[in-house]
Design a protein. Sequence first.
Length: 248
Amino acid sequence: MYGPHRPLGPIGSNVIVPMQTTSSGMTVTMNKVQPGQDVLDFKGYFKVETFPHNSVIYRPGDTQDRVYLLKAGRVRLMRVGKNGMRSVTAILRPGDLFGDLFRPDGTAIEELAIAAGEAEVWSIEGRDFRAQLEARPALATDVIRAYAERVRALQKRVLGLTFKEVPARLAETLLTLAEAHGERCPHGGEMDLRGITQQDLADLVGASRSFVSTLINEMKRDGMLGNVGRILCIRDQKALRKIASKEK
C-alpha cells in the first residue's frame, strides 16, 4: 500500500517522489533513508508516463527490457491467441510490478499489457533494476516474494479449474477482486467493484461471458450481488465464501 499521497513530477520527467512504497513493501526514494527499510535510490532511472484508457503499454513480440511499476490506475495483463482472441490473466493495482523481469536474453514479450482507465506507470531499464537487486539482497527478496505471490494466485486459479465448478470459481474470483480492488460501497452494500467487466470475470474464471452473466444475475436475485449503474456491488461476502468453498 502507498503512504500519504504526494504530487508527482511532470509526465515524462525522471523525477521520483520521495517515499513511495509498493505493495510488496519496497520503498522508492530520492534521498531519504527510513530505518529498517531497504531503500531504492532510483533518481534519474525511472521514466514516468500516463497511458489513456485501453492504450497498449507493451504487446507480444516487443523486445524492450524494462520493468514497470503501476503508480495509479489499473492495468490488464492479457494473453492473445493465434486467432487474435484476448484473455485477461491479471488485473493489477497500484504498487504492482509487471513486465517480464527474468525473460531470457533475446526473447520477446508474450503478454499484452493494457491500461484499464487512465494509468500512471513508472518504468526502468531492466539492467538498472537488476543492478539494484544485486546490490540490495533485501530488495531482491521483496521482488521474489511479489512474483511468488503472483505464481500462487495462478496456481490457485488452476486448482479452481480442476476442483471447482464455475459458480464456486466465480464467487472466489469476486472475493479476490474485492480484496484487491474493492471500494467501500456507499449504497448499503459491502464492497464496490468499479471498472471490472463481465468479460474480465469470464476470462479469470475460465467460462463464457454469457454463463457468467447468468450466474451474476442469479447472485443478484439471491441478494449476494447488486449494481449501481455499471458498478458491481458485493452485498454478502459470507454467502459468496460459502459458495467459493464448494468443490466438485
